[in-house]
Ligand binder design. Structure first.
Ligand code: GLV
Ligand code: MG
Length: 320
């Protein structure tokens, strides 16, 4: 290990994160009853420009009137390049800041974006004398944000998680797709002929590099990496496959843009019985190996060593 220590952010269950448009107050109670770990009330892209003010009012009212204590609650503000953002912060935090856990910041491009928000939120919290300290979840969804990822991740002690916003990322990088997440039939490898005339098409994951980079930077800074939306909510299998890919890379959760995706995210992002059992066996086998003065042993015909213990412990720590 490096002598530099990574400070882990506050631990929160973040397997599923439900998006709820702030303009649709009829969905707020339903969201509260849902099994989502985190709910974000949206002021940004799910709300039309002429609805922004009303959505802000709806959110402030609901935060004050409903009991959100069983959930982690976040509010997605508008981008720093819009004229709605300052009111999003000032009105929502001044009037309901004691009821929110997190602010979700879209299209973060530079560490200064985070610094500016931190300054504003700190002033409001101090002026109002709030006891809670609001955390930040940052959506990485522009080429600029991806370029400046490391500085952004380290820009504030309020930072808790990085989220991959695949739709805006595709727009920003001018990727040729109009889907929200998922595979792309143009992102394939055509094999050389395997036999006389047989060639195979192997689908690739065009989001692999971006998501993987985000996971690494999140972990290096002690933050939770969370995968963003999957637009085709009628495709449960496709959603699960995308969530499994994200979790295989290290993501702790995935957005649900439809209530039907909540249970899928919770299922995929929770370690299975088999994984837990295997991790426990690895820890036990390595403990016995250590007692016998060995650094590596075999378990079920495979080599395990002290790195295996760390892998197993990382998995078991998710149960705590
Ligand atoms: C989320 O905000 C996205 O753009 O995918
Ligand atoms: Mg977006």
């Amino acid at each position: 290990m490096s002598f530099s220590e990574t400070r882990e952010t506050k631990a929160r269950l973040n397997r599923s994160e439900l998006a709820v448009p702030g303009s649709q107050s009829k969905f707020f109670e339903k969201a509260l009853q849902s099994p989502a770990d985190v709910i974000f009330l949206d002021l940004e892209d799910a709300v039309a420009p002429d609805q922004k003010n009303q959505a802000r009012k709806n959110i402030i009212e609901a935060l004050n009137d409903l009991d959100w204590s069983s959930k982690t609650v976040s509010v997605r503000i508008n981008g720093l390049d819009t004229h709605w953002m300052y009111r999003d912060i000032i009105d929502v935090v001044e009037q309901a800041g004691q009821f929110i856990d997190l602010i979700m910041v879209p299209k973060v491009g530079t560490s200064s974006d985070v610094y500016a928000l931190d300054m504003l939120v700190t002033q409001i919290e101090n002026a109002k004398g709030f006891n809670n300290r609001i955390g930040f979840e940052l959506i990485i969804e522009t080429a600029l944000g991806m370029q400046n990822l490391a500085q952004i991740a380290g820009a504030s002690t309020r930072n808790e998680s990085l989220h991959f916003g695949v739709a805006d990322y595709a727009a920003s990088t001018q990727a040729r797709t109009t889907n929200i997440g998922g595979p792309n039939p143009n992102y394939v490898v055509l094999t050389d002929p395997l036999t006389q005339d047989a060639r195979e098409v192997h689908w690739g994951d065009m989001w692999h590099y971006a998501l993987s980079k985000m996971v690494v930077v999140a972990r290096a800074n002690g933050l939770r990496p969370i995968d963003g939306p999957f637009g085709d909510y009628s495709d449960a299998e496709g959603y699960k496959a995308a969530a499994y890919r994200a979790s295989a890379l290290g993501c702790e959760g995935k957005w649900a843009i439809h209530p039907s995706q909540i249970a899928l995210a919770n299922e995929v992002m929770s370690p299975s019985e088999e994984e837990i059992e295997k991790a426990k066996q690895i820890v036990a086998a390595m403990n016995s190996a250590e007692e016998e003065g060995k650094g590596a042993v075999s378990l079920d015909g495979k080599l395990i060593d002290f790195a295996s213990i760390r892998q197993a412990e990382a998995l078991l720590s998710k149960l705590a």
